[in-house]
Design a binder for this molecule. Sequence first.
Ligand SMILES: Cc1ncc(COP(=O)(O)O)c(C=O)c1O
Length: 365
Amino acid sequence: MSQLMNRAYNFGAGPAMLPASVMEQAQAEFLNWNHLGMSVMEVGHRTAPFMDLMAELTTLFREVLVIPDHYQVLFLGGSARTQFAQIPLNFLSEHEKAGYLTTGMWSSMAYEEASRLKKAYCVTDAQPTQYKSIPDPKTWIIEPDTAYLYYTPNETVNGIRCPIIPDMKGVPLIADMTSCLLTEPLNIENYGMIFAGAQKNIANAGMTVAIVRDDLIARIHDDKIPTMLDYRTYVTHQSMYATPPTFNCYLAYLMLKWIVSEGGLSVMSSRLNEKSEALYQVIDDSDFYYSDIEKPFRSKINVCFKLKKNALESEFLIGAEARGLMALKGHRAVGGLRASLYNAMPLEGVRALIEYMHYFAKVNA
Ligand SMILES: Cc1ncc(COP(=O)(O)O)c(C=O)c1O
């Protein structure tokens, strides 16, 4: 109990807060998982108990996200950024190109990486708005021979989201959902592929989950793709060609169980709406704080805001930390403040932040 009372509200963009009950279960099982007398970290990945865990993890992902049978669920070791290269390496032949919606820092980096390796172009570019809004879909241009279109529904650094699912005229849509997967129900059939780094809503850092439609896998023909970067390797070997990130998989299993026990993705989504609406309300009602992201494009998950008295920012952060409101500093590329409201952030954490914001604004008016 005393450990729980010492837990801070971590508003960091990732690695993010995990639910206390999940951490407690991991702690209770740490030395002796599944009555085996060893930690899940010490168990061979080809043993029956671990294979069962992987099977259950896959089933849970399928159930929670309602993933149809013609999609593969893959567990990839390493960072989400690896996908920036892996996607063009797998899905672009010499005569094809990929279209990118560059709407913030992460999609721009993905576009740069794809351009380094293969042919890529911008369908639309939000850079001229300084990533405060996304140009009207009527202005987007999809070129012939486009093998896939790529976008980032929630831009974690810029605090901007794409409010619509782009209509890509039949071209497969690939989404980097690193910061938004498992925050709301999805229609998986809108996507050719979805991927997400684990460190926000899935588990601890070090794993990326990919959901890939079978016909995209079937289109991979390049036999020069390094084995560990070839999605077919993961499909053929159920993500177990090499040793998978076993502890991440275990923690993801606990996290998905937690989501189910809390009521599933519709509950995650309504909690997120409640948290972000409460926070934006304070920002919008105040003449002390402001958000410069245009309203329809504001991220619900990574709420970026600023102080009108910019010089007080460090003082704001010091006072916040003293109250256990951690990691509110915005990304170094954009500055300002950022409150990340992933699934494990309770409403009480947001209320504590709001109370502090009112207090800080009053004493510094
Ligand atoms: C949307 C998005 N894409 C990609 C990444 C990169 O993740 P990683 O550090 O796992 O490569 C992040 C990290 O925050 C992210 O938020």
